[in-house]
Design a binder for this molecule. Structure first.
Ligand code: CA
Length: 240
């Protein structure tokens, strides 16, 4: 069911051997692959064409991968997985902040990359298609409400009392997951799996970081207590 249409991937990597290897594997898996080894060229390609997903190396000639990411996501919404060097912690944090959906550290096992690609594509399909085909009746499709807050899944929009709140992809996913499970305390592991993919190798305190971002953008700004910490367990948004 999921393999009906070929997904296209832009692979941005200047290490030719690695790029060639990943291209072969992705093609073998049934993806359409385009390659670029230059940041500036990649940005142009990504802006001009439709890709379902972008794999983006950070250290690139032409334009740094993080800069490509920032400029690209200003213009369009596309899931980006960063290919980062080992120990480049700041790159990972900056990349996720800038809206990358995930990162994978080089060298990586191709199976892990493929798994992360599947997760990213699935999450993104869920986000952009919303409840298109679910046939739900009643509520506005894809809109989740909590008090004065609305999360519009299809438009990827969050508002509080009419004020638009700008969230990164991960913050959006985190909020969506909490809103969909109101009154259920979600553990850090559960949230991590939902937001970062099931085999995410990072630590669960990444979740705390995103909760902090969300609170600073919503709770603090509107002076509300939306996301509650349940000590030793996780987080919850209560419907009451
Ligand atoms: Ca590189």
């Amino acid at each position: 069911m999921e393999q009906i249409e070929k997904k296209s991937i832009l692979l941005v990597e200047d290490e030719e051997k690695l790029a060639r290897f990943v291209e072969l594997e992705l093609t073998h898996e049934g993806y359409n692959v385009e390659k670029s080894g230059n940041g500036r060229e990649a940005l142009e390609l990504a802006l001009q064409n439709h890709y379902d997903l972008i794999l983006l190396d950070i250290m690139l000639p032409g334009l740094n991968g993080l800069e490509v990411l920032r400029r690209l996501l200003k213009e369009k919404e596309v899931p980006v997985i960063l290919l980062t060097a080992r120990d480049a912690v700041m790159d990972k944090v900056s990349g996720l902040d800038a809206g990358a959906v995930d990162y994978i550290t080089k060298p990586f096992a191709i199976e892990e990359l493929l798994a992360r690609i599947r997760v990213a594509l699935k999450l993104h399909a869920g986000l952009s298609a919303g409840k298109n085909e679910s046939g739900n009746s009643g509520n506005e499709e894809g809109v989740i409400r909590w008090k004065e807050l609305t999360l519009d899944d299809r438009r990827h929009e969050v508002r509080y009392a009419g004020h638009e709140i700008t969230l990164t992809n991960r913050e959006f996913l985190m909020l969506k997951t909490l809103l969909e499970n109101q009154d259920i305390v979600l553990s850090r592991d559960t949230l991590l799996n939902k937001v970062c993919g099931y085999d995410y190798a990072g630590e669960t305190n990444v979740v705390d970081v995103y909760i902090r971002y969300l609170r600073s953008k919503i709770d603090d700004v509107f002076d509300i207590k939306m996301i509650r910490t349940v000590r030793g367990v996780g987080y919850v948004i209560k419907s009451e």
